[in-house]
Design a protein around this ligand. Structure first.
Ligand code: ACO
Length: 372
């Protein structure tokens, strides 16, 4: 099997009614709502309600949903103890993988009737899980993982910086959470569906998703993109560096996509936020560097930035440490993974594909004492 036909590229592996990723000329949408409308006019909690509870909430429902999520932020003491034991040098994605797994032992899924409550619990408490571990190890502080902040975006920024977050930064993070929430049968969602298809529990499916998202070909690309952008001092330096990398056949993280061939519809939206924030940042020069990288990638390879590329500088300009970029993706994609777990469960069949055998022909077994 060649590389080009591998990786299930172009293979339809099931039906889904959650999002359309540029299929049949349709814009990316979540349950029929355009990503552009959602990013422009909604908030992440509305999108979470749409994905987890199937509908866009009315004002009363949104208020109740926000309150529900706020009330689910406190972490059990034994989870806090585990977070304290995780080494300081651990990647934050491993902290979330471990934290979600631990929560699954403390609050196991007993009945599927509670699956939406489990999803809400995870959506509500994952920011606190990450930031409790972070402050414990970085600043020797045991923080309160609850806050009066009404949205996930403002709660996250408040817990990170311990001060009232800047409204522009809150909205930038909020929009990024909307954009990251759902994307059909991407690798982590598909992996979570495979786990679900074995009739495993909710937390196991989420832990599968986190482990799959972590890699730089998927969610980890936003961190890798930031590390790349930061290497350069100015746009000319970036142009030279990117050309050299391309000559050496290196992959430029944050570019290209398995499904999109001309552009990622989410990229222009987050790019605007990166530009807006750069005007207020001390290292705003990173934005023109990013733009030059985008230009070179298009001129040289006809490759376009995916959502991860400008998310990197957007988060960076909000003062978010690079290692927390992919965890932010988790905070958002928990909603999409949850919707897919529910959908898989509603009409389940074990996901178990075939492979072409490419190993040795049948051969004679050699007893161990006769092997050279
Ligand atoms: N930089 C340089 N070249 C690239 C890049 C890139 N970012 N992406 C694709 N190419 C090239 C490949 O080298 C290959 O060239 P070749 O035909 O000469 O061998 C060709 O384009 C096709 O690339 P594949 O890797 O085969 O495409 P595939 O569909 O398997 O991979 C992927 C898609 C993984 C996203 C790829 O574009 C990539 O590695 N990008 C960088 C990582 C990244 O940004 N991931 C985030 C994805 S989006 C998200 O998770 C929100």
């Amino acid at each position: 099997m060649t590389k080009k036909t591998g990786g299930l590229a172009g293979i339809v592996v099931g039906d889904s009614g959650i999002s359309t990723v540029g299929k049949e000329g349709l814009d990316l949408n979540y349950r029929g709502y355009s990503i552009h409308d959602l990013a422009e006019q909604s908030t992440f909690e509305e999108v979470a309600h749409l994905l987890v509870h199937n509908t866009l909430p009315n004002q009363q429902e949104l208020k109740a949903y926000r309150e529900k999520l706020m009330n689910l932020r406190k972490l059990p003491d034994s989870l806090l103890m585990v977070l304290e034991k995780i080494p300081a040098a651990t990647h934050p994605m491993d902290v979330l993988r471990t934290g979600c797994s631990m929560l699954g032992t403390l609050e196991p899924e007993i009945t599927r009737e509670k699956q939406r409550d489990i999803a809400d619990r995870l959506i509500a408490c994952v920011p606190g899980m990450l930031l409790y571990w972070y402050h414990f190890h970085q600043h020797h502080q045991k923080i309160d993982t609850t806050s009066d902040e009404k949205t996930i975006a403002s709660h996250f920024l408040y817990l990170l910086h311990h001060k009232k977050p800047d409204p522009l930064q809150v909205r930038a993070v909020d929009v990024s959470l909307i954009l990251y929430a759902e994307h059909e049968f991407n690798a982590s969602t598909f992996a979570a569906r495979v786990t679900t298809s074995t009739e495993s529990d909710f937390h196991s499916a989420i832990v599968t998703g986190i482990g799959t998202l972590r890699g730089p070909l998927h969610g980890g690309a936003n961190e890798a993109a930031m590390e790349l952008i930061e290497r350069f001092k100015n746009p000319d330096d970036a142009e030279k560096g990117i050309r050299e990398l391309l000559t050496n056949k290196a992959k430029i993280m944050g570019f290209g996509h398995r499904v999109y061939k001309i552009s990622d519809p989410r990229s222009d939206i987050i790019k605007e936020w990166s530009q807006k924030l750069s005007a207020h940042a001390t290292d705003g020069y990173l934005y023109p560097i990013s733009e030059r990288i985008e230009k070179i990638m298009w001129d040289e390879k006809h490759l376009f930035p995916n959502l991860d590329f400008y998310s990197a500088t957007t988060y960076h300009f909000c003062g978010i440490p690079t290692a927390m970029f992919t965890p932010l993706f988790v905070m958002s994609r928990l909603t999409g993974w949850s919707a897919h777990i529910f959908e898989q469960r509603a009409d389940n069949r074990l996901i178990r594909p075939d492979s072409n055998y490419s190993g040795p022909k049948p051969r004679e077994y050699i007893p161990i004492e006769q092997r050279g």
